[in-house]
Design a protein around this ligand. Structure first.
Ligand SMILES: Cc1cc2nc3c(=O)[nH]c(=O)nc-3n(C[C@H](O)[C@H](O)[C@H](O)COP(=O)(O)O)c2cc1C
Length: 354
């Protein structure tokens, strides 16, 4: 049992450690805050899932972030336990012949685990335990199919069951990735709007242009994986600050100054375990082309705009965000939108005020 952190001390470093099966949230997170930010990364059947091992490897470098991966059946064609293990091993500079504990790494959970780890009533149910454990859920990449299922409330696999069972106070980031025509399909805009406005998930990307894996040139490519790592780290930092402040009634207006990853950082190319894609070879993260046609601003209820952590407002349910009209401003990216929201105390109240 490992109640403190999803990691073990190696000879001179902290190595990530897979959680024991069956997974029980209480065994993997203490009842009191321990400074660890717990992230569930959902991968779905977009080719961009090949970047998930890079995300896992980069996050594993942080002793303060614990990770579980949930892979849909389709996404296991692109990312699985072996590719994630290899990426993490490489990111720690561990040779193939170096002996490691059997549970080294980050576990990739699949639909089979949901059922093979459950035998009878009373035993832990994987999607429930994972949602109890999570401080943040990131869907990267989010396929058109998974997006449609979430928007429609379907829950026919581990990933969508977890999302459907998730507390509304747990933030979710969605990173769509699909062919340009899939992205420009009318249903995609509709589904993104439902997911953003009704479920209040954060939409990050896709990139507004670029050559896709299928050869098409246009919007639909997943936001650069380093930007996704950067965003998760921002959330971790916001969460940490909230924990440190306890239930103080005042929070700074600007709670985090985003910093660009340093060139020596794993996220700038060195952490690429599988050499997939030309952008991995570049030392700097390329500028993400703006996301076209997505809603770019959120109008907050007046009562919530000046709320700070610790305040409660019984008159206004936090779900009362008015619908957002799409603005189609291609100059403003989703990440810029998120950074703007990051400075809104609303989101702290929304997610971590309890
Ligand atoms: C090689 C390959 C690449 C694919 N890439 C994408 C993609 O980038 N985005 C997408 O939405 N679907 C893509 N698909 C289709 C999805 O895998 C398919 O819709 C699947 O049902 C998604 O299931 P999931 O959402 O449960 O993971 C791809 C399929 C194949 C065979």
């Amino acid at each position: 049992m490992n109640t403190s952190v999803n990691a073990i001390a190696g000879p001179s470093r902290t190595l990530p450690r897979k959680s024991a099966r069956p997974f029980v949230s209480a065994d993997n997170r203490p009842s009191e805050p321990d400074g660890i930010f717990r992230v569930v990364l959902i991968t779905s059947g977009s080719v961009a899932s090949i970047k998930a091992p890079d995300i896992a490897a980069a996050l594993s470098q942080s002793g303060d972030i614990a990770l579980q991966i949930v892979a849909t059946k389709s996404s296991t064609h692109f990312c699985n336990q072996q590719t994630v293990d290899a990426a993490i091993r490489k990111s720690f500079g561990i040779n193939e012949d170096e002996n490691l504990p059997e549970d080294f790494g980050v576990r990739v959970w699949t639909d089979e685990d949901e059922w093979s780890d459950w035998k009878k009533v009373g035993e832990p149910i994987l999607h429930i335990e994972l949602r109890r454990w999570a401080d943040l859920v990131v869907i990267a990449p989010c396929s058109a199919n998974t997006l449609a299922k979430i928007a429609g409330g379907l829950c026919d696999n581990l990933a969508t069951s977890l999302l459907r069972a998730l507390s509304p106070s747990t933030p979710v980031i969605v990173c769509p990735a699909m062919n340009t025509h899939m992205y420009q399909h009318k249903f995609t805009a509709k589904h993104l709007r439902i997911v953003q406005e009704q479920l209040e998930y954060l939409i990050l990307g896709p990139q507004g242009s670029g050559i896709l894996a299928c050869g098409d040139d246009g919007p639909g490519k997943m936001t650069d994986w380093r930007e996704i790592v950067f965003t998760i780290e921002n959330f971790a930092s916001m969460h940490k600050q909230k924990i440190e402040q306890g239930r103080m009634s005042v929070v700074p207006q600007r709670i985090h100054q985003p910093q660009q990853p340093q060139s020596t950082d794993i996220r700038n190319g060195d952490g690429n375990a599988n050499g997939n894609g030309p952008d991995d070879a570049q030392p700097e993260r390329p500028k993400t082309p703006p996301t076209p046609g997505l809603p770019t601003s959120t109008v907050l209820p007046a009562q919530l705009q000046n709320m700070t952590i610790g305040e409660t407002n019984t008159d206004t349910p936090v779900s009362a965000i008015p619908p957002v009209e799409p603005q189609g401003n291609a100059n403003e990216t989703s990440i810029a939108h998120w950074k703007k929201m990051q400075n809104e105390t609303y989101w702290q109240v929304r997610w971590w005020a309890g």
